[in-house]
Design a protein. Structure first.
Length: 447
């Protein structure tokens, strides 16, 4: 089984994800990412390579980051330890200081016992599959073992958070004066920098989920648990609620009535605003196949083209880079604004969403009404071969259902990439119809 998944290496800390594995992975990373024209030129000039390392606040991040830093330093790489910071902050800092690469220790929205290792190349960009495979192969090969003055140093990156916060504030087209924002930081990596930045942007901030203790990350708070945020927004009479996940690369929102505004709606609001300002490259938004039909309808009404990719923010980013596009993301809240970030950035997204509220003087509910959300039902059909999604009887059933729904709905079948399962997604004008069609198709898939 491949070590790297869709977002780095992830697993139970001290289960499959051990300190030994983290150290060896870091050593292999130094071997592979220490190659290339720029790296060789730096080494020829007598300069050691430099890497940024950051983590979210889960308790296992302490020993895993120590192992990663040991592996890098023992391979002759100088490490700048940025401490607890969001994933997008680590990615930004790599480019900001022209580091050779970087490592983020986080399991994102997973529960506290899990953890992960994400590796970024120069410029703060995610690694392509081919480079991940080379690193995995290098784990069993010869390591770099410099001695004396050639051993790397581990240095505290003292102004890492300040650099990131200044970058976020500099990106804002409008201040947030007069807005009351409730922030849910998921007891995660954004618990320090997000409130600080929103306040410095002029917002009045009420905080929940901002007391990380190493074991409470994502526990009942954050973008996967929006009930508390909705209740708090209504209780304090705030204008908007912003939710991050554990490593703050996601943003979901709640309007003043406590109604959830998802990633599709956020992208719709930002896309129209960016087109108005002449900053939406090619008048194109990049989204995944799971984005709601309502997003496609809304964008078409505003002269914006939607390009779709496979599910996963890495595929969105790949297409954005290929086309030079400026906005993309997922329904789950990974929103990428390529002018300011190389990955999804929940703090950046929340700031720009609030800035559009401040600019227009409109409520979030009003802005979100740009898009009608079609009821979407997802049924996971387990215990079937993934090839069932392309069997003739299944494709015939999908074609029949799609024809019956017409322009008022959509059907999508997705085989799981990791287990014997086929996902059946149906959108329709009513939730009852979506459930009916999805259940009927699930029966066909089961055979």
């Amino acid at each position: 089984m491949a070590l790297f998944g869709t977002d780095g290496v992830r697993g139970l800390a001290n289960g499959p994800l051990t300190a030994d594995l983290a150290l060896t992975l870091a050593q292999a990373t130094a071997v592979v990412l220490g190659q290339g024209r720029i790296a060789e030129a730096r080494k020829a000039a007598g300069r050691r390579l430099t890497a940024v390392v950051a983590r979210d606040p889960r308790i296992s991040g302490e020993f895993l980051s120590a192992a990663v830093e040991a592996g890098l330093a023992s391979s002759g790489v100088d490490v700048l330890d940025a401490g607890t910071l969001p994933t997008p902050a680590a990615a930004y800092l790599i480019g900001d200081i022209d580091a050779d690469f970087g490592v983020m220790i986080s399991a994102s929205h997973n529960p506290a016992p899990d953890n992960g290792i994400k590796i970024f190349a120069r410029g703060g960009v995610k690694l392509p599959d081919v480079v991940e495979r080379r690193i995995e192969e290098a784990m069993s090969g010869e390591k770099l073992r410099p001695t004396g003055r050639d051993v790397g140093r581990v240095i505290r990156f003292a102004d890492a958070e300040d650099r990131y916060a200044i970058h976020l504030l500099a990106s804002l087209p409008y201040r947030l004066d007069g807005l009351h924002v409730v922030l849910d930081c998921a007891h995660g990596a954004a618990s320090g920098v997000s409130p600080e930045t929103f306040r410095n942007a002029g917002a009045k901030v009420t905080l929940i989920g901002a007391d990380p203790d190493g074991i409470n990350i994502n526990d009942g708070y954050g973008s996967t648990h929006l009930e508390r945020l909705s209740a708090e927004v209504v209780r304090v009479g705030a204008d908007v609620g912003i939710a991050h996940d554990g490593d703050a690369d996601r943003c979901l929102a709640v309007d003043a009535n406590g109604t959830v505004v998802d990633g599709d709606q956020i992208m719709a609001i930002l896309a129209v605003a960016m087109k108005r300002a002449g900053r939406l490259k090619g008048d194109t938004l990049v989204a995944t196949v799971m984005s709601n039909l309502g997003l496609h309808r809304a964008m078409a009404a505003h002269g914006i083209r939607v390009e779709t990719t496979a599910v996963g923010d890495r595929y969105v980013l790949e297409r954005m880079n290929e086309g030079g596009f400026s906005l993309g993301g997922e329904q789950s809240g990974h929103v990428i604004m390529s002018r300011f970030a190389t990955t999804g950035d929940g703090v950046l997204t929340g700031l720009h969403l609030c800035a559009e509220m401040a600019r227009t003087g409109r409520s979030l509910a009003d802005l979100a009404s740009i898009m009608t959300v079609f009821p979407q039902v997802l049924v996971n059909v387990r215990g079937v071969e993934r090839s069932r999604a392309t069997d003739l009887d299944v494709t015939d059933a999908v074609a029949t259902a799609s024809a019956a729904l017409g322009d008022a709905g959509r059907v999508l079948l997705r085989p799981s990439g990791t287990e014997p399962m086929v996902r059946v997604m149906v959108e329709a004008a009513s939730e009852a119809e979506a459930h009916r069609v999805a259940d009927e198709l699930a029966l066909v898939v089961r055979g």
